[in-house]
Design a protein. Sequence first.
Length: 175
Amino acid sequence: MPIKTIFLDRDGVINKEINYLHKIDDFEFINGIFDACLYFQSLGYEIIIITNQSGIFRGYYTLSDYQKVTQWMLDQFKYNNINILDIFHCPHGPNNTCDCRKPKPGMFLKAKVKHNTDMEKSWLIGDQELDVIAANAAGIENTILVRSGHRIDESNSNARFILDSIQQSKQIITT
Ligand SMILES: [Zn+2]
């Protein structure tokens, strides 16, 4: 059975946007994230995180730094009874020719194959247009941008919905 998935960007959606965040001490969850994720789970969604981490390529932090923050973040989700099915990160930079760095759809497509995801029933929640572009290219039409991260050029966005934060997505995602 294909699964339906909520694909979450990390910085600006799960945690407050800080440039090149790589320390647990700097990681601050956005209000309502756990509540929203519990709600998605109650509707039968799996949750997968898709995140660009070019700070690794740029040498601002190491893969190990990233993994420590990730493990800590997953623990916090677990304490709140939320299961994150998987996390995909792109460690490359804008000048690399990888196929994973958003706005390219590589990480979404990898997730689709690995977890047999039904993209038509899945959602993307991001804070930048590149999240929407990547999701659309991977066959996800249901897209939400939240204003809790980067500033959004709302008149030029292809997002289906633009909301103040992930908390409001409970009113949009109802089945
Ligand atoms: Zn990449």
